[in-house]
Design a protein around this ligand. Sequence first.
Ligand SMILES: C[S@@+](CC[C@H](N)C(=O)[O-])C[C@H]1O[C@@H](n2cnc3c(N)ncnc32)[C@H](O)[C@@H]1O
Length: 151
Amino acid sequence: MTDDEKIARDWINAVEINRVREADIYPQLKAWVHQISATDILDVGCGQGICSEKIDLGLRNYTGIDLSPILIDRAKQLYNSENRHFLTGSIYDLPFSDSSFDAVFSVNLWHLLSDLRKASAELSRVLRAKGKLPHYHGKSERLFIVDRFIH
Ligand SMILES: C[S@@+](CC[C@H](N)C(=O)[O-])C[C@H]1O[C@@H](n2cnc3c(N)ncnc32)[C@H](O)[C@@H]1O
């Protein structure tokens, strides 16, 4: 098993048994999706795509992107559907046209990024005017939400 495979495997196991996320991140995410009027939603650093299952998409379109091909393969296996799509890629060079999404969210991603300015610029580019950008992050088993609104 390569290091990348081990990291991906560890993450898959951690997420699928972590009950804090069930009690906190997912309900917040679900509530947020209900309150915004968005047609196209991007999940950056989506991992194995588990968040796509925790929100009621309705007629909305969900796209998940992640650096790890191993996690994206699992996301495709588990969650691919007509309005859920997954692809491999980096936040620093998103393979989307300008203004492609009404909303972009990320869960537990930003602490891994070395160039926040570049990442923010890419998200700003792919977000439509008044797009929504919440970031969910776990800290000491407590979770908090930072809302940033790009106008
Ligand atoms: C802690 S995991 C969170 C996964 C998912 N958001 C979740 O909460 O289930 C962080 C993820 O960010 C991805 N990642 C790290 N750097 C990235 C980058 N530059 N662009 C896209 N994804 C990245 C990793 O591959 C990993 O899957």
